[in-house]
Design a protein around this ligand. Structure first.
Ligand code: MSP
Length: 533
């Protein structure tokens, strides 16, 4: 297979139990990967954990356990969350794994040899929570971290620096030549104006004041700065500088592989400025895209444990099912913009799109085929009139929009186009009034064509929604009697033969808005306390 696609999520800090905000990126990455696989790409999906750093060391000490015990425990909660949400990664990297540590040490040694890093001293303001040094101006008179608002500590220590100047020109050239490299493009402007134009300082890449990290082989009192350590996961997981580097050759080095990193807005700087420079120093190709998604917000701002407004995933999935939660994340929050989780929006989405638009169309279609055609889907009838032709065009157009949108990572647009198709299918029933056609023997063919068009709409929707509706797509196709050999993208170009429908349970139950809003509000007000370790 020629077309290859490598997608990654950030590796999460296992400093606390994950919430819906963390799940957002992983679910979207999973949806994109499944969508690309549907379109015929050979895909590889990496996620994992960023397990080193002072924050982890401190959290573990506070719990009276070793840092390794601490991260092992939290790692389990991440693994079960991804299982629950159907996040089907190919590899789960943990930065404490030997394979990763070895790659980081080799890279550091090479940087030293090439004089990309040099030893000096650093004096500045450090935020333990963000694992970042800030300047006097950035922390202001109050000495607060500009990112999270927590107090920063003044620190002076011997440290290695990564020399940025050497790589800057190439980076800017890459920005210019690859207009999609940073998406949405506003993020590129932000990076240029806020960080590059004011003058980029060399980056401090080691620490000596704590121990929990990858030790510099040539000077072991230094541990590698978490961000250099963490960013390298994207290639260490593929086997870079390891004995078996076949995945690295396939999914990184091969120019036929499209490489996409999904990141949240708060970590854009590291991914768009320093990561490309590290890669340049290693003489490796740069990723095709850094896609910056927005944050999952709550009514009172960013979801965060300290604010007590965290939505945990387990109760949501338990009550509404994994497909509804995945659908909400992909469709309600425009990919690339901040979005909200509110009980009202959640219930509305499930009811309007899944229970009504999709579910009703299916149950009406299956019932009518049962009633008018003894449960056998009509086949071989072409467009009979204007409405049929318009619906056939819409199917065709939806597939085109879907493919273009997925390839451009416009996930929300791709899935909204499927909902538009379903809306048109529902309107088509009203206009065609099959119940009236059924009363007129001379309209039998028109009625058959009508049912066949509806089956085509539903099969198209089930196929295109499959990356999101990981359980219900199959149930939908089961009700239409469509065998698994047709459950793929290439079947959308074919005429379908006849199948025997099976009336089943409603695909999505209509939610009682008042009752569910109350339940969700209560769940959010009293989130189950999930201690990290
Ligand atoms: N460990 C670093 C990433 C290193 S990648 C080489 C880190 N970890 S994190 O756990 O703090 O955040 C991981 C990701 O979760 C970030 O992209 C961040 O934007 C995202 N999110 C955290 N809270 C979020 C929301 N409420 N909504 C959406 N994404 C959120 O940074």
């Amino acid at each position: 297979m020629d077309k290859k696609f490598y997608i990654t999520t950030p590796i999460y800090y296992p400093s606390a139990a994950p919430h819906l905000g963390h799940a957002y990126c992983s679910v979207l990455a999973d949806i994109i990967r499944r969508s690309k696989a549907l379109l015929g790409y050979d895909t590889y999906f990496l996620t994992g954990l960023d397990e080193h750093g002072e924050k982890i060391e401190k959290n573990a000490a506070a719990k009276g356990v070793s840092p390794q015990q601490f991260v092992d425990h939290v790692a389990d909660t991440f693994l079960s969350l991804w299982k629950l949400l159907g996040v089907s990664y190919d590899d789960f990297i943990r930065t404490t794994q030997k394979r990763h540590v070895e790659t980081v040490q080799k890279v550091f040694h090479r940087f030293l040899e090439q004089k990309d890093v040099y030893l000096s001293h650093y004096k500045g303001w450090y935020c333990v929570h963000e694992e970042t040094f800030w300047t006097d101006t950035q922390v202001g008179k109050e000495h607060l971290c500009p990112e999270c608002g927590r107090p920063v500590e003044e620190k002076e220590e011997e440290t290695y620096f990564f020399s940025c100047q050497k790589h800057l020109e190439k980076l800017l050239q890459y920005f210019d030549e690859n207009s999609n490299f940073i998406t949405p493009s506003g993020r590129k402007v932000e990076m240029l104006n806020n960080f590059i134009k004011p003058g980029l300082n060399d980056l401090c890449v080691t620490r000596t004041s704590f121990d929990w990290g990858v030790h510099v082989p040539d000077n072991p009192k230094h541990v590698v700065y978490v961000w250099l350590d963490a960013l390298l996961n994207y290639i260490s997981a593929l086997g870079y500088l390891q004995e078996d580097d076949s995945k690295f050759e396939k999914y990184w080095q091969d120019p036929n592989t499209e490489i996409v990193h999904l990141v949240g807005a708060d970590i854009t700087r590291f991914h768009t400025i320093y990561w490309p420079m590290f890669l340049d120093a290693l003489n490796l190709r740069l990723p095709n895209r850094i896609f910056v998604h927005g944050l999952m917000m709550m009514k009172d701002g960013k979801m965060s444990k300290s604010k007590g407004n965290v939505v945990y995933v387990e109760p949501l999935v338990e009550r509404y099912g994994v497909d509804a939660v995945r659908y909400y994340l992909a469709s309600e929050i425009i990919f690339g913009q901040d979005g909200q989780f509110t009980p009202e929006l959640f219930v509305d989405r499930v009811n309007a799109d899944l229970a009504n638009n999709l579910g009703n169309l299916l149950s009406r279609t299956v019932s009518m085929i049962g009633k008018y055609f003894d449960g056998v889907t009509p086949s071989g009838f072409k467009d009979k009139g204007e409405e049929d032709a318009a619906l056939s065009n819409k199917i065709h157009e939806t597939i085109q929009i879907y493919v273009a949108s997925i390839n451009d990572l416009k996930v929300t647009e791709a899935y909204h186009s499927v909902m538009d198709l379903l809306s048109m299918g529902n309107k088509y029933i009203e206009v065609k009034a099959p119940w009236a056609l059924a009363k007129d023997e001379s309209k039998k063919e028109e009625l058959a064509a009508c049912m066949e068009h509806l089956v085509k709409v539903l099969h198209t929707a089930a196929t295109l929604l499959r990356p999101i509706l990981i359980t219900k797509s199959d149930l939908l196709e089961d009700q239409l009697g469509i065998p698994s050999s047709y459950r793929n993208f290439s079947s959308l170009d074919q005429d379908l033969p006849s199948f025997k429908v099976h009336k089943g349970e409603p695909l999505f139950l209509r939610l009682d808005a008042q009752k569910e809003n109350e339940w969700l509000k209560e769940m959010m007000a009293t989130p189950k306390e999930k201690a990290a370790a």
